[in-house]
Design a binder for this molecule. Structure first.
Ligand code: PGA
Length: 243
């Protein structure tokens, strides 16, 4: 596992944007696995700035998002579909038909999850971006999720619902309780994984991810088994690492 330690959120965003934009320039047909949340927001801004300044081309890039809430109507401001368009897709030249986010407004969530998994089996992800939850989740694979898991309908834990209430007027009752998420097995098929984390509230799980046991109770610890993982973490997130 390669660990890049940087000063703060800004530096984390810059380092991660550099890795992604260089990968896109190197392989204009790259399959990107993308993530939502607070961690990548600045990084996406920098990718947009890079697209404008350096003309990095996304017209043949395909993107596959990790997850989507179940039960929010299409166009709801808090869907990950909306998040991705507002933060990135509306500002670069990616084609709409090359954008894949699980459909959280589906009538048949199980079938939708199975179709998404099939799509991932046909399109190997070259570079998968991940954030990490304060409980160690990757995607919405909460503690206890199988390391073999495929894309599935998942329940959000109370900790995740509390963490995400900030996007729902601070009201936990408005946060969906289920999502469709790539499974850990799906994530692990990516050729390369880039995980970003910033802030003291991530220090404990980063220590577990890097130095702890590989255990389904800390989903991100599975990354110790992947051959090509890069962590970009800031000083606060790295603060409990022993070296
Ligand atoms: P965050 O979420 O980037 O908003 O901290 C990360 C996650 O829950 O995976």
């Amino acid at each position: 596992m390669k660990i890049i330690r940087v000063k703060d959120y800004q530096a984390m965003s810059e380092a991660a944007a550099k890795i992604i934009s260089e990968a896109v320039r190197e392989n204009p047909q790259i399959n990107l696995g993308l993530a939502t949340g607070g961690s990548p927001v600045k990084m996406y801004k920098l990718l947009v700035a890079d697209h404008q300044a350096n003309k990095t081309v996304y017209k043949d890039v395909k993107s596959f998002n990790l997850d989507e809430y179940l039960g929010l109507p299409q166009g709801h401001p808090q869907t990950y579909h909306t998040f991705m368009h507002e933060n990135l897709f509306n500002h670069i030249d990616i084609k709409e038909e090359n954008i894949f986010v699980p459909d959280g407004d589906t009538k048949d969530p199980k079938a939708t999850a199975a179709q998404y998994e099939e799509l991932l089996e046909k399109n190997q992800i070259d570079l998968q971006l991940l954030g990490i939850g304060t409980n160690g989740h990757i995607g919405f694979n909460e503690p206890g999720s199988s390391f073999q898991g495929k894309t599935a309908v998942v329940d959000l834990t109370p900790e995740t619902i509390t963490a995400n209430a900030r996007y729902f007027e601070g009201n936990q009752d408005l946060v969906p309780t289920e999502a469709i998420s790539m499974g850990i097995g799906s994530i692990m098929r990516a050729k390369k994984i880039l995980l970003i984390a910033s802030g003291a509230n991530k220090a404990k799980v980063i220590k577990g991810l890097v130095e702890g046991a590989i255990t389904e109770s800390l989903p991100a610890s599975v990354l110790q088994n992947h051959p090509d993982v890069t962590l970009v973490i800031d000083e606060a997130a790295a603060s409990l690492l022993s070296k």
